[in-house]
Ligand binder design. Sequence first.
Ligand code: HEC
Ligand code: HEC
Length: 221
Amino acid sequence: MAFSQWMAAGLLLAFSSIGASAAGLGGEGLPSRAGNGDPVAGREKADSGRCLECHGDDGNSGDSRIPNHAGQYAGYLVKQLHDFQTGARQHAVMSVMAEDLDAADMADIAAYFAAQQPMQGRDGSGKRAAPGLFLHGDAGRGIPACADCHGRHGEGRAGEDGTLYPLIGGQRKVYLRAQLTAWKLGERKNSPDGVMNRIAASLSDDEFEALVDYLSGLRPP
Ligand code: HEC
Ligand code: HEC
């Protein structure tokens, strides 16, 4: 390649990656973990909006019923806030907390939490063997592996179609159990195409327990 062409290609690459980060995109045009909000403004808004009282200064909650947000995909947090507003996801406290947030507030607050060091599990019993369901699913029952979507360390993933698979490794245990139960009972039904309802509906209480014990002890990178 001639030098001028090489330079032009390099510049193009540089410009396209600047454009991508301004639009909240990560590598290969996928949404980045931080999204496109302003984390500094987000911290102030999370403080004055009382979010930090429950979800923790650094996004690690003080109560196993309340989810951590530390290191969570910003776009996932924004989607949940939007779903609390519209009623697509229901929770007495969170629908009130989300009520007055506009799109910029959501993006900024989510960017602050996403920028924190990813949640590190504190609730698990310390059993290190991953349940087979987590790594492999159960083809006979049509259950896909959790790790295929949420990552082998539960670190979450941005899908090629823009779907965000949340960080679940290191999440609080009681919260995780409550969500799986809510998906199973159909009390939470805001996952794309009802995927989490289908998966949770096939799982037993013992399987829930093994999964949430493992997940809540994980320390994603
Ligand atoms: C009084 C405690 C409390 C306060 C204050 C609070 N939250 Fe929550 N939040 C919760 C609880 C409890 C849940 C779990 C809801 C459920 O079980 O479905 C939650 C869930 C969430 C979720 C969904 C997380 C996930 O992993 O799906 C988001 C996002 C969230 N809160 C953001 C906020 C923001 C932003 C604020 C401030 C405007 C805020 N919260 C204030 C208690 C609180
Ligand atoms: C085909 C992809 C896929 C598979 C497989 C999958 N999930 Fe999910 N899961 C999702 C998506 C997408 C969401 C986010 C839903 C939303 O946007 O509200 C989610 C959400 C969740 C949540 C809620 C997280 C939170 O912070 O509230 C939990 C818990 C969860 N999944 C656990 C599991 C477990 C355990 C397994 C394996 C038994 C599993 N998932 C398998 C796609 C998947």
